[in-house]
Design a protein. Structure first.
Length: 461
């Protein structure tokens, strides 16, 4: 049965089946939101609170009692209270003995305490069975019906039966439990909601840095140089011309940077003659953010497509075209069709279109909903084989674009190369080394190393 169908079943709980009472300690934001959802799913809910009077914020049909009386009514108690108040639970140890305590708490900082909140709770109440769950779901998401939030709930705990009971409740609420193992995983689960795009930091900073560099490089060569030596004010290039130079350059470099760590990894493995030695930390981190680098590259490539499509609408382009036509008319001569140029321009566009098509395909297959539906071999085929093909096409697109300019001194203003020349360095290096790596005399030993063979005793210990 696939994930969606199990969700649909969970969304329509069988309320004719009697559900067991659940106790929630704490009538704060989260306690109320979770209680409301539980009542909707058919669970009788009793709150344990310091104040037992019913307010109109408490979900209808829920009971509010003192902590001891409420705990006596249920075998599962959800602790919707901040960790710093857990000490009030110690005197309740007897009444909580043998019961399942669900720790849903989060902290304000990563690794705020030496041990996780759930482990702390288990130490305070060793007679209870502590399970960590629900901390990645927000009160707001529960109230808004989880329409635009993640449905995944990480669950961990040392008692298998207690964990199973909590996972069943998660399912009954229309959410998807994900078993993360024993209570040792609680720290990681508690850190999860505090992370801010952890895999995106390096790709985003790298892209911002490179974009700023190429942008100012272009401003210097396209605007300042022209102003100084030709007395032409092309400052409006900042709006479309320069972004449309920077975007393809960024797309190509970032796409090459997706494949460069794989090349480094292969060279290191060949040099060491074993795959059993860890890669340097920087390479491990780089490998882990390849998907993010690829997605940012795709965003730059898409912007390049949009900027290119609006080119005919630009006042500067229509002025330049009409100037050329008028000058031909005034000189009473028409330029014959330059077939070489026509070929180059069509090939350049065709390579760009095909490269972008494959680029989009790579982006689509990296979406979890798609990658979950292909097997490992299919995923590798798309990401590796089609990925390299996309890199070849995009590099060829740039080479054909600038081909006739590489040796022209006019292309080197202030003796600096144009940015499309700079953009080719990493992709060409990646493709050349990859080409060498597929030669049987290199590929064979590399495949053997990846299958477990060890060739260099120095690195085998
Ligand atoms: P909250 O609105 O501040 O509510 C906490 C509740 O704890 C209070 O309403 C109170 O309930 C009880 N409480 C406060 N001081 C106490 C004390 N000294 N002794 C005993 N009970 C005390 O907080 P919350 O937003 O509901 O969050 C509760 C827990 O859920 C936190 O650990 C939080 O990290 C976690 N969480 C919250 C969210 C969210 O979106 N809010 C999401 C995931 C996890 P009574 O007045 O009824 O006693």
């Amino acid at each position: 049965m696939n994930k969606n169908s199990s969700n649909m079943m969970a969304l329509a709980p069988n309320t004719s089946e009697k559900r067991e009472t659940v106790c929630i300690f704490g009538t704060g934001d989260f306690g109320r939101a979770l209680g409301h959802k539980m009542i909707q799913s058919g669970y009788p809910v009793v709150y344990g609170s310091r104040r037992t009077q019913i307010s109109n914020l408490i979900p209808k049909d829920a009971e509010v009692l003192g902590h001891t009386e409420a705990a006596q009514k249920a075998a599962i108690i959800i602790i919707a209270i901040q960790r710093q108040h857990y000490n009030f639970l110690t005197p309740l140890a007897e009444v909580l003995r043998g019961k399942v305590l669900v720790d849903i708490s989060n902290n304000l900082k990563l690794n705020q305490y030496p041990e996780s909140n759930a482990e702390h709770l288990a130490q305070l109440l060793p007679g209870s069975k502590v399970v960590k769950a629900f901390n990645t779901v927000s009160a707001w998401a529960l109230q808004s019906g989880m329409l635009d939030a993640s449905r995944q709930v990480f669950v961990c705990g040392d008692d298998l039966k207690a964990k199973q009971t909590v996972m069943n409740i998660v399912r009954a609420l229309g959410l998807t439990p994900l078993d993360k193992g024993s209570l040792l995983a609680a720290q990681e689960i508690e850190n999860y909601p505090l992370q801010l795009f952890p895999m995106w930091k390096f790709p985003i900073f790298l892209s911002l840095g490179l974009t700023a560099f190429f942008f100012f490089y272009c401003v210097a060569l396209e605007i300042i140089y022209t102003y100084i030596y030709e007395n032409n004010d092309f400052s409006f290039f900042i709006a479309i011309t320069i972004p449309n130079r920077v975007c393809p350059v960024m797309a190509l470099i970032l796409l090459a940077l997706v494949y460069l760590p794989g090349i480094f990894a292969a060279i290191i493995q060949l040099y060491r003659g074993t795959k059993y030695r860890r890669f340097p930390d920087w390479l491990d981190k780089w490998m882990l953010c390849r998907k993010q680098l690829g997605l940012i590259a795709l965003a730059f490539a898409s912007l390049h497509v949009v900027f290119t499509l609006v080119t005919p609408m630009r006042a500067f382009v229509s002025w330049r075209t009409s100037k050329r036509i008028i000058s031909q008319a005034l000189n009473n001569q028409t330029e014959p069709l330059d077939h070489t140029n026509a070929w180059l321009s069509d090939s350049y566009l065709a390579l760009g279109i095909l490269g972008f098509f494959l680029f989009v395909l790579l982006g689509i297959t990296s979406l979890p909903s798609v990658s979950n539906n292909v097997n490992w071999r299919e995923f590798r085929f798309v990401q590796s084989k089609l990925g390299y093909l996309s890199l070849i096409l995009c590099t060829a697109h740039t080479l054909v674009y600038g081909g006739k300019w590489f040796l022209n001194p006019l292309a080197y203003k202030w003796y600096l190369p144009d940015i499309y020349i700079l953009s080719l360095i990493i992709p060409c290096a990646v493709l050349v080394v990859k080409f060498l790596l597929v030669f049987p005399c290199v590929d064979k030993p590399l495949t053997q190393i990846r299958q477990g063979s060890e060739r260099n005793p120095k690195y085998s210990e």
